[in-house]
Design a protein around this ligand. Structure first.
Ligand code: HEM
Length: 632
């Protein structure tokens, strides 16, 4: 997907996508309503409803074909910068987008055709032999398939998360079941309110609200995973246009839920008195709001996902992750909970005529009660606070950072007693990537005890600064282990590419969930390999000295680390001289943290000691912060 397209093309793409989606959801929703809600209500209104449904299906299908005529050429122009039949054919036949859109159109045409045939005059979809019911089921399955293809038309198609693709399909199916069923329900209430008995209307509404409830639960669960995959954390929500739009969509969802609750709790009971007007009006509003949410969904799918952007944090403060460790925070939480409870009760009191008087009482109570000190929950922030590392602490980045340090270092770097390239005193493993990136340029580069002349960091590009951050972090990791051969707080190993016999992993981080023993070997030093402990299986990864390719013999090794920088990076992160690294072992726990370093000359633990060692690591999580960290 390309960004910054000319306005008209952008508009055509969004219009095509929106119309296509709305028509598809409408066809699926109307068919599902007919199958699961209206099917055997067996009232004369049924014939009117079926005829109306046929007209709705025809209208939606026409809309769908118009959408195709807009979207496909627009996509061809945005992909090929040419508007020609060849370009349209190329996109339609040879791109995943084109194939999915064409397949969807075929599925919908067949589904609508089947449905029109089985909903035609005097045809009642009943289980009787030869009845159109199987055709109605097939039409629903085809339309469902057409809706599910949406995940091949959005960002999920490009993500390497297969589950995300399925969940977006489920998400959109739920959206279709709920929002696509609103118009048929509205029409059903319109026809049935004319008739004498309200029975069928109540049954249709109660059946639909169960369908709606299932759709809402599905939407919430799938939206959560999609948000994780495409928005990322808090920074993505508040620091990117994609996040803002998702917030707006969530608000729309909340409003829809509010209307649905009102329908269920206030307007549906009025049906018993034969009054369907309020419910019908509210359902019409719900459908309009639903269309708006679909519009937001389409806009969301047309924006760059938050996870691909560096979030620009808009507020001067951010949540303080350490707030919960403050001894007095319990009081503040209690105060906040009391205020929130009174506020909810106050609002709820507005529903009942007799309880409305409680609302002003709630307001006075909130005014008089002590408010929580919100400053205890936050810490200062700046636009880059939620930046994510662009280099990801890879071996290559650490080695590149080292080269940059050697290139720009002042004389001071030659002083091993006080090498300014050692940033141990600055908590750099406890700072977020964004805070560290900002601090390095805004503070350290101007006043800090920097290894470079002040202003050097500001002259480097973002990628170089991230490489320096990775190098400084690796150095701090090396310094912190060299004292006791144990890492005092949570530090990951550099991201190393690996090749495993069973081809299950390509990156060391993918071995999370298991103990890993990373062993540096050379032709002359094959190093100690730990005994097998059945309760705690260990994956052995050898790190060969690239100078002698035959070295890494791989015997008894499950995987081998590849890449020329791996050796150098592990030496820095392990606080070892590269020439003395051979034979050094690194124990990485199932959470992915470096825990223990086994030096070549160390006395090696026997099987019992080793088992105890792994057991204690498995049961004692690595602390997030060095006990005596110096806040700076
Ligand atoms: C009534 C509630 C909702 C409806 C009807 C709805 C509908 C949709 C639809 C139709 C799509 C596909 C859009 C497309 O590919 O063009 C979609 C995608 C998505 N929805 Fe929802 N949604 C709802 C609630 C939510 C909520 C509360 C969130 C939370 C953030 C959410 C997050 C997403 C995300 C992240 C995508 C993927 C968009 C992309 O491809 O980038 N949805 N939603």
């Amino acid at each position: 997907m390309t960004w910054d397209l000319p306005g008209s093309l952008e508009l055509a793409l969004r219009l095509g996508r929106g119309l296509d989606l709305a028509a598809t959801l409408q066809i699926f929703g109307a068919l599902l309503f007919t199958l699961l809600v209206a099917r055997d209500l067996g009232t004369p209104d049924g014939d009117v409803q079926r005829a109306w449904t046929v007209r709705l299906l025809r209208f939606a299908l026409a809309l769908k074909l118009i959408a195709l005529a807009v979207w496909l050429p627009a996509q061809a122009v945005s992909m090929t910068e040419a508007l020609s039949l060849d370009a349209v054919w190329l996109v339609a036949a040879h791109t995943q987008f084109g194939q999915a859109v064409i397949l969807r159109t075929v599925l919908l045409v067949v589904a609508a055709g089947l449905a029109v045939r089985c909903l035609g005059p005097a045809r009642r979809p009943s289980p009787a032999p030869g009845s159109p019911l199987p055709a109605l089921w097939s039409a629903n399955l085809l339309a469902g398939g057409a809706v599910a293809l949406q995940s091949l038309l959005g960002h999920s198609a490009a993500a390497d998360d297969r589950l995300l693709v399925w969940l977006v399909s489920l998400h959109v199916l739920a959206a279709g079941a709920w929002l696509g069923g609103l118009l048929p329900l509205w029409h059903w209430l319109r026809t049935s309110s004319a008739s004498t008995s309200q029975g069928p209307a109540q049954r249709a509404v109660s059946r639909f609200s169960w369908l709606g409830l299932a759709a809402v639960i599905t939407l919430v669960l799938t939206a959560w995973w999609q948000a994780e995959g495409l928005i990322g954390g808090l920074g993505g929500w508040l620091g990117t246009p994609y996040g803002w739009l998702a917030l707006l969509k969530t608000l729309g969802f909340g409003l829809l839920l509010g209307v649905a609750a009102l329908n269920r709790l206030v307007f549906t009971p009025r049906l018993q008195r034969g009054d369907a007007r309020a419910l019908r009006l509210s359902i019409a509003w719900e459908a309009a709001l639903g269309l708006l949410v679909i519009g937001l969904a389409v806009a969301l799918a047309s924006l760059q996902p938050a996870v691909h952007l560096q979030p620009q944090w808009p507020l001067p403060w951010q949540p303080d992750p350490d707030a919960w460790d403050k001894p007095w925070i319990g009081t503040e939480i209690e105060r906040a909970a009391v205020i929130a409870l009174i506020a909810v009760l106050g609002l709820a009191s507005l529903v009942g005529r007799r309880t409305r008087l409680l609302f002003p009482v709630a307001l006075v109570a909130i005014y008089l009660l002590p408010l929580p000190n919100w400053r205890d929950f936050v810490q200062p922030a700046h636009p880059g606070s939620f930046y994510r590392s662009e280099t990801g602490y890879t071996a290559a980045s650490i080695v590149r950072g080292q080269a940059l340090t050697l290139q720009h270092c002042t004389q001071a770097c030659a002083n091993p007693q006080d090498n300014p390239a050692d940033l141990d005193a600055y908590n750099i493993w406890q700072r977020s990537d964004g805070d560290l990136f900002d601090w390095l340029t805004r503070v350290f580069d101007t006043i800090g005890h920097s290894p470079f002349a002040h202003g050097t960091l500001a002259s480097l590009d973002a990628r170089q600064r991230w490489q320096l951050i990775d190098y400084f972090r690796a150095r701090v990791s090396g310094n912190s282990v060299s004292r006791t051969q144990r890492w005092p707080y949570a530090v990951p190993p550099p991201a190393l590419s690996i090749a495993c016999k069973d081809e299950t992993a390509l990156d060391l981080r993918q071995l999370r969930g298991r103990f890993v023993y990373l062993l540096a070997v050379s032709p002359t030093v094959s190093g100690w390999r730990p005994p097998v402990v059945p309760d705690h299986p260990v994956v052995i990864v050898t790190l060969g000295d690239p100078g002698e390719p035959a070295a890494a013999d791989g015997r008894a090794a499950d995987c081998q680390a590849t890449g020329t920088d791996a050796w150098q990076a592990m030496a820095i992160a392990g606080g070892r001289d590269p020439a003395a690294l051979a034979g050094t072992g690194f124990v990485i726990d199932p959470q992915g943290w470096l825990r223990l370093q086994v030096l070549p000359d160390d006395a090696k633990p026997d099987a019992a000691d080793w088992a105890r060692e792994l057991q204690s690591m498995a049961t004692t999580p690595q602390p997030g912060r060095a006990p005596s960290a110096h806040a700076h």
